[in-house]
Ligand binder design. Structure first.
Ligand SMILES: *Cc1c(COP(=O)(O)O)cnc(C)c1O
Length: 390
């Protein structure tokens, strides 16, 4: 232990203590509560994909360092997926990069593209790694707050426009959006695209929930809009789409110069990862459309089960149009602070949730909101609903 007065943790990271997920998961274990805090499924993805990973391991594929950009089979499968679903053509050799989950893709993109002092505009509430990655890159984060309006959290395009300054380098978008469940519409994304072109901005777009949209919500990849393919870094991940969050297989698709830049940072973070799993995810991406349709149908039912239960228990529910989270307002239950609510909930009801305020710079704007994950077995969700009503 150093005796110097200087703090050990550098000042770029000093504001980021341990995440709320650690505190709430510990609380769940101590109280035996149902953990609807952290967003990971409690059942694994398709057996055939698991078997593909076992086969790759046994056959000695990927047990040694795979190629830096990812194994060719996976890069080809990612390009095929973008082509089939969205009509986006990417060259697997120069326009696709495999990463250690979306988390590394986000970090590498920011480390590669942001100079110290650059401003990065991000939607608030934001996924928890965004703030830390912007800080590690030496950037300044400029949040644009999604505000509740008629049952959903909406982007105010004027606020977005006002947030852009001559120092803005990059927009960091996330749609479908965690934690609010908002799916940006084609009209909103078109306005964002026009702004990006007009102000000559790069955009990093986190689309890890691309397959989890509900009702008539449509996922529109920003890169499909006019002027965007050459300035957009699109991030995807197998974790959420195939329910293998532990495998950490993610990817970037973009123009060759941008992929080269992101790879320059990525090579010094992990260099490579998840060798055998890359082969398995290549097979997963080739699953028939029925897999994706069944997955969406099953998640829609879970969303409905938990949303209805929360509404019955007295919460105001923002019915999500994407992701596997539902955001609620706890004020009808007599609370105005989501932190206090979430700290008390495990003892009171045996359920763990996450206060959305942790995803805001403007903590007051997020204070009354609490997030529940519904990527859990139906019987677990039913039991949670029973407990919450009691
Ligand atoms: C889960 C999640 C990630 C992280 O994805 P990994 O592939 O597990 O690294 C990134 N962005 C959002 C919005 C997420 O919810």
């Amino acid at each position: 232990m150093t005796s110097s007065a200087r703090p050990l943790l550098n000042r770029r990271l000093a504001e980021f203590g341990t995440t709320i997920f650690a505190e709430m998961s510990a609380l769940a274990v101590r109280t035996g509560a149902i953990n609807l805090g952290q967003g990971f499924p409690d059942t694994d993805g398709p057996e055939q994909v698991r078997e593909a990973a076992v086969r790759a391991l046994r056959d000695g594929r990927g047990n040694q360092y795979p190629p830096g950009p990812g194994v060719p089979e996976l890069r080809t499968a990612i390009a095929g997926h973008q082509q089939r679903r969205y009509g986006l053509e990417f060259d697997p050799d120069t326009e696709v990069l495999v990463t250690a989950g979306a988390t590394e893709a986000i970090a590498a993109s920011l480390l590669a593209l942001v100079e110290p002092g650059d401003e990065v505009v991000a939607l608030e509430p934001y996924y928890d790694s965004y703030a830390a990655s912007i800080a590690l890159a030496g950037g300044t984060r400029v949040p644009v707050t999604l505000r509740p309006h008629e049952g959903a959290f909406r982007l105010d395009l004027d606020e977005l426009r006002d947030a852009i300054t001559p120092r803005t380098r990059l927009l960091l978008l996330n749609t479908p959006h965690n934690p609010t469940g908002t799916v940006l519409t084609r009209a909103e994304l078109t306005a964002v695209a026009e702004l990006a072109v007009e102000r000559d901005l790069l955009v990093v777009t986190d689309e890890v929930y691309e397959h989890l949209t509900y009702d008539d919500a449509e996922h529109v990849p920003l890169a499909t809009l006019p002027g965007m393919r050459g300035r957009t870094v699109t991030i995807g991940s197998s974790g959420k789409t195939f329910s293998f969050t532990g495998w950490k297989v993610g990817w970037v698709t973009s123009a060759p110069e941008l992929v080269t830049a992101v790879r320059s940072a990525k090579q010094f973070l992990t260099y490579v990862s998840a060798g055998p799993f890359q082969y398995a995810i290549a097979e997963a991406l080739a699953l028939p459309d029925s897999y994706f349709a069944d997955f969406r149908a099953s998640m829609t039912a879970k969303r409905d089960l938990l949303s209805a239960g929360l509404a019955d228990a007295g919460f105001t529910v923002f019915r999500p149009r994407g992701t596997y989270f539902v955001t609620t307002d706890v004020r009808p239950l007599g609370f105005d602070d989501g932190f206090a609510f979430c700290r008390a909930l495990p003892e009171r009801c045996g359920v763990v949730a996450i206060p959305n305020a942790v995803f805001y710079d403007d903590r007051a704007a997020g204070a009354p909101f609490v997030r529940f994950a519904f990527c859990k077995k139906d019987e677990v969700l039913s039991e949670a609903v029973t407990r919450l009503k009691a």
